[in-house]
Design a protein around this ligand. Structure first.
Ligand SMILES: Nc1nc2c(ncn2[C@@H]2O[C@H](COP(=O)(O)OP(=O)(O)OP(=O)(O)O)[C@@H](O)[C@H]2O)c(=O)[nH]1
Ligand SMILES: [Mg+2]
Length: 444
């Protein structure tokens, strides 16, 4: 399915790139080609019309970024609109201080059990405490498979070998974990050959007992056209909050992401890229659409846009100087500072610094050591936390980040404190000194 979409969008864009003039006629033709391609891929008609309406509006009127032709810009607009259709990049924000329940749904063989173990491993590494409930009472051996796989992630699996009432097992499992200090409980469920009524009913009943914070629909990326119907049927039984597409490593190149996202309005959050426990990636809508439009010429144009879009140092420095630094910026500064090799060596060789005393040099060594630790800590922070570290107010978030990074709580606090001090200093120095320096560097 995806290959067809790829071909059709590709040839539509090729027409644009080959034509000698860009006019309304050409854009209308492109819009028609895009509509046809998306309709064939079962994307919701209303969404298609929105995409092509915006494409037409933007294609001829928008100002061109410096150095880009109208044709290149059209490629970029189509890319952005399609990525928008997939809902942009998103991640489930787990709430701290409670047990977040995530229900994994999907038909037989879609990859739920494998995904339960992959997520267990990933989330544990991010510092969350995870428990798993095995509620597949349908397929013999399901619980053993789940246990074996989750063992690799070191998480506890609750299951009942002799109970064939999945709804009861879920209730018992949640009670079993109730008193444990868990952040996330993953519930693995049964599948059937199709989205049969019996399966959908069981999912609604499990939903009623578990009241999950998120129902994640697991879809086999190789099934093509059926994606839309499957996603829609599950979504009716229990509102789907996130989508996982598995088997993206196979030749199908991940069909169904667009269709499933369109059918439920939910975002694709993760993709499975193999059978092993670490074969899991966060989904990026822009990367996906990039691959979708990935004919040679187009790829080069998109890469060019990406380069100019990647925030230039200039913009970042201006934000930092304006007192609006976030954790990413802070870390970026520290990294830049250490990039040029050992700071100690650098300082010792700096003419004005040759007189630096042992005290100062020790401080520099200490900072280098801290940066190493802080790198791990930052990796355990969610994007939202990095954008706004003030979110890390309560102890449970601090502890989660500490666990994920293998650092003590005190080190997380240390980073937050140092960050705050630097930010305040920047704010205070917002004026003179730094600005002068930037001017001298030619970027003020
Ligand atoms: N290549 C590849 N294989 C996968 C991926 N995810 C799962 N599989 C394989 O797909 C098969 C089914 O995976 P399961 O995790 O058992 O699927 P399930 O949804 O739990 O299936 P049921 O329990 O029968 O409903 C297994 O052979 C997995 O190894 C993936 O991302 N890539
Ligand atoms: Mg299973």
């Amino acid at each position: 399915m995806l290959d067809g979409l790829r071909e059709n969008l590709g040839s539509a864009l090729k027409k644009v790139l080959k034509s000698s003039t860009v006019d309304k006629e050409l854009i209308d033709e492109l819009a028609k080609d895009v509509q046809r391609a998306l309709i064939q891929s079962d994307v919701n008609v209303r969404l298609i019309l929105e995409v092509t309406k915006r494409l037409k509006e933007r294609a001829l009127d928008e100002d061109l970024p410096p150095g880009f032709s109208r044709k290149n810009h059209i490629v970029k607009i189509l890319h952005d609109e399609l990525a928008g259709l997939l809902g942009g990049d998103s991640e489930f924000e787990f709430q701290s201080g409670k047990q977040n329940k995530v229900l994994l749904l999907g038909i037989q063989g879609s990859g739920k059990t494998t995904m339960a173990s992959k997520l267990s491993r990933l989330l544990t590494r991010q510092g969350y405490k995870v428990g798993v409930v095995g509620a597949d009472t349908y397929r013999p051996g399901a619980l053993v498979q789940l246990r074996t796989m989750c063992e690799k992630a070191g998480v506890e699996v609750y299951g009942e070998e002799k109970n064939d009432d999945a709804v009861a097992v879920v209730g018992n499992g949640l009670r079993h974990f109730e008193r444990q200090p868990l952040d996330i409980i993953l519930i693995d469920t049964a599948g059937r050959h199709k989205q049969e009524q019996e399966l959908l009913d069981e999912m609604s009943r499990i939903g009623a007992v578990a009241s999950p914070d998120m129902a994640m629909l697991v879809i086999d990326g190789t099934i093509g056209q059926q994606c839309f119907g499957q996603a829609e049927a599950f979504h009716k039984a229990i509102p789907v909050g996130g989508i996982i597409i598995t088997k993206m490593d196979s030749s199908a190149k991940g069909g169904g992401a667009l269709a499933a996202a369109a059918a439920t309005g939910a975002h694709v959050m993760y993709i499975g890229t193999g059978e092993r426990i670490d074969d899991l990636e966060k989904f990026s809508s822009s990367g996906f659409v990039g691959r979708l439009l990935g004919i040679g010429d187009v790829q080069a144009i998109l890469e060019h846009f990406k380069r100019i879009e990647e925030e230039s140092d200039e913009v970042r420095m201006k934000r930092i100087m304006g007192g609006k630094m976030n954790m990413e910026d802070y870390f970026y500064q520290l990294e830049e500072f250490t990039k040029s090799g050992s700071m100690r060596g650098m300082l010792e060789n700096l003419p004005g610094f040759s007189g630096a005393g042992p005290d100062q040099l020790d401080k520099v060594d200490k900072l280098e050591e801290n940066i190493e630790k802080w790198r791990y800590i930052m990796q355990s922070m969610t994007p939202a936390e990095k954008a706004d570290p003030d979110l890390i107010k309560n102890a449970s978030r601090t502890q989660r980040i500490a666990r994920g990074s293998g650092m003590p709580d005190s080190e997380v606090k240390n980073l937050l404190k140092t960050y705050k001090t630097s930010k305040n200093m920047m704010k205070a120095a917002k004026g003179r000194a730094m600005r002068d320096m930037l001017k001298r560097m030619g970027i003020g």
